[in-house]
Design a protein around this ligand. Structure first.
Ligand SMILES: [Fe+2]
Ligand SMILES: [Fe+2]
Length: 219
């Protein structure tokens, strides 16, 4: 059922945004943050009720939402949010999606993570196709300042924090042009897939750690 729903959403996005790449990415990235908001909301509820404490998961999911926020800021800097209708579609889709994931996470957390895994796989393939089709054009365009700051020149703590398959500072993207930025975004989506897969494992609550806490515990 989850796969069918994701396929249907994919079909709608592909049809409606066939050649409008940046508005398409803007919609995708607006919606991409929502599962992480939903997980954080439910985990906070469990903490408030005193029945579960998963500080590492809160940190990792927040860092994932922070990463998706920066994808969104990059798309906005490229003009993806210029049309009112695209903003309307993205925000309303995000609102509906948020409540679906909240309820799904409450009753079946594995399914909620599987849903996000499929969405992240779709994002990865969308960016990969874009790089193959538009690579030469992107290589002569400048990287937006927001991307340079997030991936290269700014504080990279949050960038390291969402990648549970790496130790801090293991992955440092090159950001010299717009092509590099989209490579970094595509590779980020792959990291989200890995984290979503890890969250579905039966022993996830014991093995999933924030990358910075892994360093503290191994010291
Ligand atoms: Fe993204
Ligand atoms: Fe994503």
């Amino acid at each position: 059922m989850i796969r069918c729903l994701v396929n249907f959403l994919e079909f709608l996005v592909n049809r409606f945004y066939r050649n409008r790449w940046y508005p398409r990415f803007y919609v995708l990235e607006t919606v991409a943050r929502v599962p992480y908001f939903a997980y954080i909301s439910v985990l906070h509820l469990y903490e408030s009720l005193g029945c579960w404490r998963k500080a590492d998961w809160l940190k990792v999911h927040f860092a994932e939402s922070w990463n998706e926020l920066h994808h969104l800021l990059i798309m906005e800097s490229l003009g993806g949010d210029r049309q009112w209708l695209d903003c309307f579609i993205a925000r309303h889709a995000a609102l509906v999606y948020y409540w679906i994931i909240v309820f799904l996470y409450l009753i079946a957390p594995h399914s909620a993570y599987y849903f996000a895994e499929l969405v992240e796989r779709h994002a990865y393939h969308t960016y990969d196709t874009f790089l193959q089709e538009k690579g030469d054009e992107l290589k002569v365009l400048e990287a937006p300042p927001i991307a340079i700051n997030y991936y290269r020149d700014g504080d990279l703590y949050m960038f390291d924090e969402f990648q549970t398959s790496h130790l801090p500072a293991e992955r440092r993207p090159i950001v010299n042009n717009l092509y590099d930025v989209f490579v970094a975004i595509r590779d980020d989506e792959e990291e989200h897939i890995k984290t979503m897969v890890a969250c579905q494992k039966s022993d996830a609550q014991f093995i999933l750690k924030s990358p910075h806490n892994k360093v503290i515990h191994s010291a």
